[in-house]
Design a protein around this ligand. Structure first.
Ligand code: E4P
Length: 218
């Protein structure tokens, strides 16, 4: 499973790139807004750091506007993937962008029918939001299972990005189900590395090592 970092924060991206585990980045207008910089300037910085796909979202309401916004964004770098919201005009824009060879990530997907339509429209990626479904007492991971089955049934090339991941269990379940990609916030990446038994084990090994060294000095 590929791992994308779900952030627009350059420091977080630098740390994740250094780890060598990050295959791409997803941003959205809220994440870019948190950084407080001109979005294009911020995206240019991200492009310098990341080799893989970087999702940059359009905010226009109609397909013409979305395509107009997408073209200069796509020129920021080879890795740029245009994030388009799942709506009627969004699907029209996805089809047009696919025709121009511009990759898209259809976002705000909350049902398997939406995912199927996005794949048929020519989306390179779909982003179902598991955390937001769980937030309203739904079952986000059940949606991922459905989409994986549907895409396998019809051999769609569209990749599934599990988005709105809130905790390590979402990540593990994504891998068990066979989703192509999980996009995770930096905080979740940190949690994935840690285990209390690992911390306790390191501490015990270090203590015993020091004990041995001081007994050898005597
Ligand atoms: C990523 O593509 C999504 O925009 C992001 O995962 C949404 O996460 P949230 O539901 O925590 O805002």
């Amino acid at each position: 499973m590929k791992i994308f970092l779900d952030t627009a924060n350059v420091q977080e991206i630098k740390r994740a790139v250094e780890l060598g585990l990050i295959d791409g980045v997803t941003t959205n207008p809220s994440l870019l807004s948190k950084e407080g910089k001109e979005p294009v300037v911020q995206l240019k910085e991200i492009v310098k750091l990341v080799k893989g796909p970087i999702s940059a979202e359009v905010v226009a309401k109609d397909a013409d506007g979305m395509v107009r916004e997408a073209i200069p964004l796509a020129r920021l770098g080879k890795g740029i993937v245009i994030k388009v919201p799942l709506c009627e005009q969004g699907l029209v824009a996805v089809r047009r962008l696919a025709g121009q060879g511009i990759r898209t990530n259809v976002t705000l997907v909350f049902s398997s029918s939406q995912a199927l339509l996005a794949a048929k429209a020519g989306a390179s990626y779909v982003s179902p939001f598991v955390g937001r479904i769980d937030d309203i007492a739904g079952n986000g991971m059940a949606l991922i299972e459905e989409i994986v089955t549907i895409f396998n049934n019809y051999l769609f090339k569209t990749e599934i990005i599990v988005a709105s991941i809130r905790h390590p269990l979402h990540f593990v379940q994504s891998a068990l189900i066979g989703a192509h990609i999980a996009t995770i916030p930096f905080g979740v990446l940190e949690k994935l590395m840690r285990h209390p038994l690992t911390d306790r084990g390191i501490e015990a090994f270090n203590k015993d090592w020091e004990k041995l060294k001081s007994s050898l000095k005597k």
